[in-house]
Design a protein around this ligand. Structure first.
Ligand code: SME
Length: 158
């Protein structure tokens, strides 16, 4: 059975990630179901990092992502390859950090409060199976530290 997360309130971003990483490892340990693991990762990141929106878009066909487990306000269900930050990250097979979503050509505004965003591809057996998308209601809220820790978290997936 899952236990409550230990959440650091008065801590730096790095301390929060460092505290969460082993807890997420424990949460998904021994579980191979992708949806269950993504659901718990989204919940742990939402609670532990206090993100505005965090969730997954999964490859549904050759040219479309579909909404997966997430935490936060309701979101768009489908994103075409190459569209928005998520579809671009998938298309380019790379992490995209967008300091101001209003300046990203083709950004898909699911929530008007969203101001900055980071999207990482999820790679399994050399194939992209989806993306992790984190949105902030503050400008310029993501940097390479987010990239490094979020990547470590995705690397925990079996
Ligand atoms: N803004 C994203 C769409 C997903 S939502 O933000 C949850 C994009 O441009 O791909």
């Amino acid at each position: 059975m899952a236990e409550d997360l230990t959440i650091l309130k008065e801590a730096t971003k790095e301390e929060k990630y460092q505290s969460l990483l082993p807890q997420i490892e424990g949460l998904i340990y021994g579980e191979t179901n992708l949806v269950a693991n993504l659901a718990n990762i989204a919940a742990a990141l939402k609670e532990g990092m206090d993100f505005f929106w965090v969730g997954f878009y999964l490859v549904d066909s050759e040219d479309e992502l579909v909404l997966g487990p997430f935490q936060g306000p309701v979101a768009c269900t489908r994103i075409r390859k190459g569209k928005g930050v998520c579809g671009s990250s998938w298309d380019q097979n790379k992490t995209l950090i967008v300091p101001n979503v209003d300046e990203f050509p083709g950004h898909i505004a699911c929530a008007s409060a969203s101001k900055s965003e980071i999207v990482l591809p999820i790679i399994k057996n050399d194939k992209i199976i989806g993306v992790l998308d984190v949105d902030s209601d503050k400008l310029n809220d993501f940097d390479d530290m987010d990239h490094q820790y979020l990547k470590k978290i995705l690397d925990l997936l079996p």
